[in-house]
Design a protein around this ligand. Structure first.
Ligand SMILES: Cc1cc2nc3c(=O)[nH]c(=O)nc-3n(C[C@H](O)[C@H](O)[C@H](O)COP(=O)(O)OP(=O)(O)OC[C@H]3O[C@@H](n4cnc5c(N)ncnc54)[C@H](O)[C@@H]3O)c2cc1C
Length: 352
């Protein structure tokens, strides 16, 4: 049987960042990432990948600040597909709520600057925003760790058990893995039979997430426009040659294996209705999009929680799992004790 110090279940952006954080904190630890499909092809693969420095609670604001710092440094270090973008926050009025939420809010700007600003709204410049190809980010982060982290793709974790000392992971292809510590970073797969009972007390739910694509080529320098009151944004995807419109979809308790990857007719209707409130001129260009789902928490903050001794759940970032991934990873690794058991009894490594 293979043994590791740390098994990370889920090779999305959060699992990848946890792997990176773990080897940085515990360079001698043996680490494996178990991914039932391919790296970055769960929720991360559908993500709009927008980072804006904001948070409605002190913890999320601090996580946002930390994550921004990490993304900026990692982008340069690993040449990640992360692109800085200017941004405007638009709100109907309550300037106090806006300034309490955003960390790098600049001066109030002329509403005319954004193309999609409803009459009567106010607008502020927002610094520090970027967007990323999240699947490629997860792949590259793990590619840079391959000398220290074993990545098992096509490997579903089908069962989990704990003997009081080690976590035993049964793997789809028939192997077993024994881990001193384990992390569940399953994205929206919170109800997998292997851990549904352990995760249920967290009270998480899964919500459909939809972003429409607009057949409109962004002009150089077009900003990201964040509609604060509606929790929506309009993003110029320069390298893809179109805009993306993200709005709040309120379809709850979906399951990732059933949601499908195609839009339903009501998705485009909803997107057009929301877009029409900000930019009626773009409604006719709202013709396609991306759909998946994400895990949400009761308190709308990401969850890092120990389920059993040495077994930590990480995720449920409420549609913000890309932008907060570095901070989620830092909290997760802080919750794991991976100090060596003893230099004289290292755990055996995986056999080739
Ligand atoms: C359309 C859309 C737009 C979004 N836009 C943004 C945005 O602009 N900004 C932002 O910050 N966030 C955004 N999000 C949210 C963000 O993408 C997610 O919060 C984030 O990708 C979650 O990462 P994760 O690693 O937890 O999950 P995932 O990427 O889903 O990774 C979990 C992995 O676990 C694997 N897995 C599950 N079960 C098993 C098992 N039994 N064994 C082995 N592996 C397993 C899955 O295959 C999957 O690859 C968006 C999401 C969607 C769907």
């Amino acid at each position: 049987m293979d043994r590791v110090d740390l098994a990370i279940v889920g090779g999305g952006v959060i699992g990848a960042l946890i792997a990176r954080e773990a080897v940085a904190a515990f360079p001698d630890a043996t680490v494996a990432v178990l991914e039932r499909g391919l790296i970055g092809q769960g929720a991360s693969g559908r993500s709009a990948g927008v980072h804006f420095p904001r948070g409605t609670t002190e913890r999320v604001r601090s996580m946002s600040e930390h994550s921004q710092w990490v993304w900026e440094h990692l982008a340069a270090e690993l040449d990640l597909p992360i692109r800085a973008v200017g941004a405007t926050v638009v709100a109907a009025g309550d300037a106090d709520a806006v300034s309490a939420t955003y960390l790098r809010l600049g001066d109030e700007s002329a509403p005319a600057r954004g193309r999609a600003v409803p009459p009567g709204s106010r607008a502020w410049d927002l610094d520090g925003c970027h967007y990323a190809d999240v699947r490629a980010v997860a792949e590259r982060v793990l590619a840079g760790l391959r000398d220290r982290v074993t990545v098992w793709e096509g490997t579903e974790v089908t069962d989990l058990s704990f003997d009081g000392e080690h976590h035993r992971l049964a793997l789809g292809p028939g192997q077993e893995l024994l881990a001193r510590r384990a992390v569940l970073a399953p994205g929206p797969w919170i109800a997998h039979p292997a851990w549904a009972g352990l995760v249920a007390p967290l009270g998480l739910r899964v919500k459909k997430v939809v972003a429409a694509h607009l057949e409109e080529i962004p002009a150089p320098g077009d900003p990201l426009v964040v509609f604060h009151d509606e929790d929506a944004f309009l993003l110029p995807l320069h390298e893809r040659g179109h805009y993306l419109f993200s709005y709040t979809c309120n379809r709850w308790d979906v399951t990732p294996d059933d949601i499908g990857l195609g839009l339903e007719p009501s998705d485009l209707d909803d997107a057009r209705a929301a877009l029409g409130r900000f930019a009626p001129g773009l409604v006719a260009r709202c013709t396609s999009g991306r759909v998946f789902c994400d895990a949400y928490s009761l308190h709308r903050e990401p969850v890092v929680a120990e389920l059993l001794p040495g077994l930590v759940f990480a995720g449920a970032a409420n549609g913000s799992g890309y932008r907060l991934a570095p901070a989620i990873a830092a909290e997760t690794v802080a919750a794991l004790d991976l100090t060596p058991i003893g230099a004289t009894s290292p755990l055996p490594q995986r056999q080739a």
